[in-house]
Design a protein around this ligand. Structure first.
Ligand SMILES: Nc1nc2c(ncn2[C@@H]2O[C@H](COP(=O)(O)OP(=O)(O)OP(=O)(O)O)[C@@H](O)[C@H]2O)c(=O)[nH]1
Length: 528
């Protein structure tokens, strides 16, 4: 055993690394985020209306895709809406060019229609799928619908701008919410092939399912003239029929039947209009925040909460939680609270166990030399003796006593005596062969080594090597007949009998030590 110093550093670095490493797939945080979202769910507003391409419309108008004149007809009924989002990807021309032309004209007549662009995977990378140029130019604006999938297959986030090479497209929902649309960027050159995103936002939760007022597409189409009820409303036209496949798992609806894309867009638009859409903390701020909070925690622990670290961790976690919820409510900023609190608990638990092991080591260690103390030695001796008795294997014990040490103290002083004891302790420890051997300081100037399995020859060899090593140190001792520090060693090695006890073995080794002293010191004697 060596002297031990408290190991503070890992207690504070390790948890930071653990949490940082687990941040990306941090399911705990996602779970936590979902629960918080449910707690703060909003009610669907009446200002957003969904025109649903539903089963009823498909039954009456025929299978999808419909001739684009039908879309044009519906758009003509929505002339008094505040804004219209045509939640369909119009990237391909239809077989009939007149159909497309009819839609272009309806887009122009309406004048408030926004069209979506979407990221699509091609050759393992995302590319932009834009509406046909003729539609794009006739629409009021193009917005990107960028809802990446999380590892668990749910969508939880979107971006206020994204695109290929640079985040050049505003979000489709941002345009619908009336956030100032940047100019059309159809002709902006693509800088590189990397998909770029900016201004991450978390999807809002809605109270209940399909809470938005909804009308069947076919009813709109068959209506005579503009629909008064839609005046100044934000209208989203999109597929809700399950056969059309535009539905997604979200924290709002994590199981099938999932939420339709048009409802997700409506909920996001509403949150953008209310300015209640939540932004997560930028990943770049996370490491400094984690480090700062951990440092603060360490300071608190050192300052006054050392003995009550578990209580303090609970209070600190509650404070973090409250702070996090407050930030969410007041600033719409989401902190990865689960990670932060996990970090804190990890730091506390690690710290606690390091403390415990530190104290445990202290209780078993001799303060001056760092060797095992008498208490530790006796415990190990009992255990080792039982093992040797069961296995019928030899057990050796060396008792090492410094010669004329009283004279040394008297001559050189107690402090110098302490230094000599430390040097001898180092020599004693060097004599051990492996982790099963144990070297200890069992008295003022008395040491012992327990050597399980060592034969008489081996034990005598070890004693001789030990004396040799001490001789090499040449510690001056003018009051000793040999002029240097030396020791006498009592050696015992035997296969212990059932009747042998720690005490009886000690007595035998002690007797051998007495003989060594009696012979004139600076030698080793073995017990019979
Ligand atoms: N410096 C120092 N001295 C100690 C310590 N513990 C015990 N001693 C001293 O060790 C000395 C032991 O003296 P004795 O038991 O008479 O043995 P000795 O002088 O070594 O004589 P022999 O063993 O017969 O050779 C005493 O003077 C103790 O005060 C310690 O921790 N530090």
């Amino acid at each position: 055993m060596r002297p031990h110093t408290p190991r503070r550093l890992p207690a504070f670095i390790l948890p930071v690394l653990v949490v940082l490493a687990s941040l990306l797939p941090n399911r705990l945080d996602l779970w936590f985020q979902d629960r918080l979202g449910q707690l703060l769910a909003q009610e669907a507003s009446n200002d957003i209306v969904i025109v649903a391409i539903d089963e009823k419309s498909l039954a009456e108008l025929g299978r999808w895709p419909w001739p684009r004149e039908l879309l044009a007809g519906a758009l003509d009924k929505l002339g008094n809406a505040r804004a219209v989002g045509l939640d369909l990807v119009l990237a391909e021309p239809s077989a009939n060019p007149e159909s497309d032309q009819a839609l272009v004209e309806a887009l122009r007549r309406n004048g408030k229609v926004f069209l979506p662009a979407v990221p699509e995977v091609s050759n393992n990378q995302l590319v932009e799928t834009l509406p046909l140029r003729m539609f794009a130019e006739a629409a009021k604006g193009i917005g990107m619908m960028d809802y990446p999938l999380d590892q668990d297959g749910l969508i939880r986030r979107t971006y206020l701008a994204s695109g290929l090479g640079q985040p050049r497209w505003p979000a489709f929902t941002a345009l619908l919410a009336g956030l100032p649309p940047p100019p059309m960027q159809l002709d902006t050159p693509v800088l590189n092939n990397r998909w770029q995103r900016r201004d991450e936002r978390l999807l809002p939760h809605l109270d209940g399912k399909l809470g938005f007022p909804s009308l069947s597409f076919v009813d709109i189409l068959n209506h005579n003239g503009p629909i008064a009820a839609l005046a100044d409303k934000t209208v989203l036209i999109g597929a809700t029929a399950s056969g059309l496949g535009d539905s997604h798992l979200t924290p709002m609806q994590p199981d099938w039947p999932a939420t339709s894309g048009v409802v997700i867009n409506a909920a996001t638009t509403q949150a953008l209009q209310n300015r209640s859409l939540v932004r997560p903390l930028d990943a770049a701020y996370l490491p400094p925040l984690l480090l700062g909070l951990t440092l603060l925690w360490q300071c608190l622990l050192r300052w006054r909460y050392r003995e009550k670290s578990i209580h303090a961790a609970a209070i600190y976690s509650a404070a973090l939680l409250a702070g996090g919820v407050l930030l969410l409510q007041l600033q719409q900023l989401y902190l990865p609270l689960a990670s932060l609190i996990t970090l804190l608990l990890l730091a506390t638990v690690t710290d606690y166990f390091l403390q415990q092991s530190h104290f445990k080591r202290l209780a078993l260690t001799d303060k001056l030399t760092g060797l095992a103390n008498r208490h530790h030695f006796d415990d190990r001796f009992i255990f080792t003796l039982q093992q040797a008795q069961l296995a019928r294997k030899p057990l050796a014990l060396l008792i090492i006593d410094v010669d004329y040490f009283k004279r040394y103290n008297d001559h050189y002083g107690h402090a110098a005596g302490d230094d000599v004891l430390k040097k001898i302790a180092a020599v004693v420890e060097q004599a051990t062969r492996n982790s099963h051997d144990l070297a200890a300081r069992i008295g003022g100037e008395e040491f012992a080594i327990l050597l399980p399995g060592a034969s008489r020859e081996q034990a005598l060899d070890i004693a001789a090597t030990l004396r040799q090593q001490l001789l090499l140190l040449q510690i001056p001792h003018q009051q000793s007949p040999v002029g240097r520090a030396s020791c006498s060693i009592g050696v015992l090695s035997q296969v212990p009998q059932a009747s042998d006890t720690v005490r009886s073995l000690f007595e035998k080794a002690d007797k051998a030590l007495y003989q060594a002293k009696h012979k004139g010191r600076d030698c080793a004697e073995i017990a019979n």
